[in-house]
Design a protein around this ligand. Structure first.
Ligand SMILES: [Mn+2]
Length: 318
């Protein structure tokens, strides 16, 4: 991996124009890594454009340079594409079309399901976040300032579930400790990222929480959502944060009907169950304890298929 860091820093230093992107359904790690990369490239006097398929959720607009993010692009000539926190180029949504026209794709990611779609691939599933990997790149390039630090801290903070998931390591804490030398305020980040609900959102969440379903062993808990609330930000994590309070449950699932016969399925798990394997069985992927997929069927049959697969899969583990 040492060589890959060098290869990437050489490529960055020798190139002029950059396209930066991340996965659809933007969140802290995707945006944090994009904006940190942007600030890093600007420090090196490079031309860089952040182009995303999805709009930036308002809760992340406190991040530096977030106003410069584009959702449409007229130019298409770039030396390098920096694709961040993205397991597969198709996860970049409509930006994928641009990637085929770029001379060199640098893929920096921590998803265990990464397909190594880049020309240079820096993939470390042991890292808590794409931001944690980028921190190491900054460290090697000897570039850091308060803007980069704020972006990286935010990505690490959100992808570790406020430093509570199993991906939080000594290394994670070493890095965030170093980032705090640049004036990062954890309180400010927490307030921006977590003060997001309106009363109608809490009512919507309340309805979901009061209709949770369980399997007979009560180790699997899931919610089915017929109409996903159209908010400025994704309520998925908020709902999971309530479901996580359940004692003894090992797998949490959200089934969301996005359109007719199109169901988004998100998985979260305690360490005993690898939900990346579950998501992969259904054509998706992610991490061992957080993953997702999209299934083309109706809500009832998605629910039946997924829950029965997890029952068989967890039985095999016993
Ligand atoms: Mn991530």
């Amino acid at each position: 991996m040492k060589n890959t860091f060098k290869e990437i820093s050489d490529k960055i230093r020798s190139s002029k124009t950059f396209l930066i992107t991340a996965h659809v359904s933007l969140e802290g790690d995707a945006l944090g890594s994009e904006l940190a990369t942007y600030a890093l490239l600007k420090k090196l006097k490079k031309r860089a454009v952040i182009y995303n398929s999805d709009h930036t959720p308002p809760i992340y607009k406190f991040l530096p340079h977030s106003k410069l993010i584009k959702n449409n692009l007229s130019e298409d000539k770039f030396d390098v594409a920096m694709v961040l926190d993205c397991s597969d180029s198709s996860r970049a949504g409509k930006v994928k079309d641009y990637l085929s026209r770029v001379k060199c794709i640098i893929n920096i990611d921590h998803h265990i399901s990464n397909t190594f779609f880049g020309d240079i691939n820096l993939v470390d599933p042991a890292a808590s976040s794409a931001c944690q990997i980028l921190y190491k790149l900054c460290e090697r390039m000897k570039i850091m300032d308060e803007k980069i630090a704020l972006c990286l801290y935010t990505g690490i903070f959100t992808d570790t579930g406020n430093f509570t998931y199993t991906n939080t390591t000594k290394e994670t804490h070493r890095i965030v400790s170093n980032l705090m030398h640049y004036g990062v305020s954890p309180r400010l980040i927490y307030e921006n990222v977590h003060s997001l609900c309106e009363d109608k959102d809490l009512k919507f969440i309340g309805k979901i929480i009061s209709n949770l379903k369980f399997d007979s062993s009560r180790k699997i808990c899931w919610a089915t959502i017929k109409k996903w609330e159209d908010t400025d930000y994704d309520l998925t994590e908020v709902i999971f944060s309530f479901m996580r309070l359940l004692k003894g449950v090992e797998v949490l699932i959200l089934f969301k009907k996005m359109e007719k016969d199109k169901i988004r399925v998100n998985f979260r798990s305690r360490p005993s169950v690898d939900v990346n394997k579950v998501a992969q069985f259904f054509g998706g992927g992610g991490h061992k304890s957080a993953s997702g997929t999209t299934i083309e069927t109706d809500l009832k049959s998605a629910e039946r298929k997924v829950v029965s697969f997890i029952k068989r899969y967890t039985n095999k583990l016993k």
